[in-house]
Write a protein that binds this ligand. Sequence first.
Ligand SMILES: [Zn+2]
Length: 262
Amino acid sequence: MTLSFAPLSSGRLERFARHIVLPEVGGTGQVRLAGSRVAVIGLGGIGSPALQYLAASGIGRLALVDNDVVDVSNLQRQTIFTTRDVGYGKAVSARRWLANFDDSLGVDVSDARITADNAAILIAGCDLVLDGTDNFATRLAVSDACVAAGIPLLSAAVGRFQGQVGAFAGHLPEESCYRCFVGDAFDAEDCDSCADDGMLGAMAGWAGSFAALQAVKVLLAGAASLGEPGWSKLHILDGLTPGMRTIRIAKDPSCRTCGSAA
Ligand SMILES: [Zn+2]
C-alpha cells in the first residue's frame, strides 16, 4: 500500500500507521494532528499520562507548563518521571521524556506558575489547552484566558477513585466555560490537593488518557470523522464501580467570563 500525505514523511506514515488506517482518523486526521499545538498545564497525575498519549498521537507541538519539582511521592502515578528525576523541575523532566520519546515533536517549556497575569502568553497560539492542575484558582485563571483567546479547554481532575474530564468552549455563544461550572467562590487559593485524600495511581492514568482521547477528538473536529468535541459536557469517571456518566454544564448567563454581561 502506498500512501502519500505530503506533510508526513514515510517514517511518520509508518509510525502512525495504526491511526491512519482508522477511517475516523486517516491521513487527513494525522496531518491535522501533526499541525496542532496543545498546551498541557500541570504535569502531574493527569498531565503525565495525558502527555504520553498526546505525544504518541503525533501532535506536532506541545507547550508544557508546571512550576513544581518532582517529588518521590509523585512516582506512584506521574508516569513520565523516574527516580532519577526526583528533585528536578517537572517541566524540564517532561521535556527530557519527550525528547527521548519522539524528537520530531516541537516543545515549549515553562516552569512559571500559571496565573491570571501570564496565562494568556503561555497558551498563545495553541489549538487546545489541557488543564490538569490541582487547584481551583489556577483552573479558573486558565479557563478565563482560554475564553478570552477563543481557545477550547479540556479541564481534568482526579482524586481517590474519581475523575472528571470536561470540554469547554465558553467563547462560543451557546457553550459554557469552566467558571459556569464551578462559579466564582473558588478564586481563592485554598488548594485542594490530593495529599490528604489520596489517589489510586491508575485512576489518574484513566483520567489522563481519557483527556488525551477527548483532546484528539477536539483537534480532529472538521478534519476527520471521529465525532463531535462534546462541548459543555462533563464526564465523571468512577473507578470503583466502575462506570462513567456524563452531565451537561449549562452556560450561566451571569458568568463573569463568558456570560452576556461579560
Ligand atoms: Zn462561563
